[in-house]
Design a protein around this ligand. Structure first.
Ligand SMILES: C[S@@+](CC[C@H](N)C(=O)[O-])C[C@H]1O[C@@H](n2cnc3c(N)ncnc32)[C@H](O)[C@@H]1O
Length: 189
């Protein structure tokens, strides 16, 4: 984004992960929980969450984070969330993830004065066979130390290409697992 001319502030709750982020012109990193970030109100044109909000597992903290994004955005500012957002959440998920359905994401944002503007997504069908192959390789005990097994890189590329091709088919987006939802803050508070 900085390369495209934006002045960027990157925020993360983990100081260790911020330390891994490469310094770049026009990019400032701040350490803190999204829900507590004390940056000036109405000072950002856009906010992007790439699999960050889904990791705020406490609903109260999640609501506070969405509210804080709304506070920091200018009127008509845009928020884009790229998160796990299937039509229906089925089965148990890992404890580090608070799985929300597409409808829950939309409600979380629209109930805070955002209007939905755009949506796309990807359904990870190819990812399944790749993960099965990873599992099989580990069971065969050949790749204990490698994560993921390098020998499966070709298969991974093929599976990713399949999923990206699928994402271009109209209608498949609706059945996506991971979705990019774009919202606009209303012009009035
Ligand atoms: C799956 S990683 C995604 C990181 C990055 N967006 C990317 O795509 O590579 C999730 C990140 O969210 C951060 N995170 C989790 N809860 C947070 C919170 N409440 N406020 C800010 N960052 C948080 C974690 O520290 C972690 O760096």
């Amino acid at each position: 984004m900085a390369n495209a001319g934006w002045v960027v502030t990157g925020a993360d709750i983990s100081q260790a992960l911020i330390a891994l982020a490469p310094p770049a012109p026009n990019v400032t990193y701040v350490h803190g929980a999204l829900e507590n970030l004390d940056l000036p109100a109405e000072s950002f044109d856009a906010a992007i969450s790439v699999t960050v909000l889904q990791h705020i597992t406490d609903d109260g903290h999640f609501d506070a984070a969405v509210a804080n994004i709304g506070r920091m955005l200018r009127p008509k500012g845009v928020v884009a969330v790229l998160e796990y957002a299937p039509l229906r959440v089925v089965g148990r998920k890992a404890a580090y993830l608070r799985a929300r359905s597409r409808a829950e994401w939309i409600t979380a944002l629209t109930s805070r004065g955002f209007a939905r503007r755009r949506e796309t997504g990807i359904r990870f069908l190819g990812h399944g066979p790749y993960m099965l192959a990873v599992y099989a390789a580990r069971r065969l005990n050949r790749h204990r130390t490698e994560d993921p097994p390098q020998g499966l890189n070709g298969l991974r590329t093929l599976c990713q290409a399949f999923d990206l091709a699928l994402a271009r088919i109209p209608g498949v987006t609706l059945a996506a697992d991971v979705r990019l939802l774009v919202f606009e803050k209303s012009s009035r508070p």
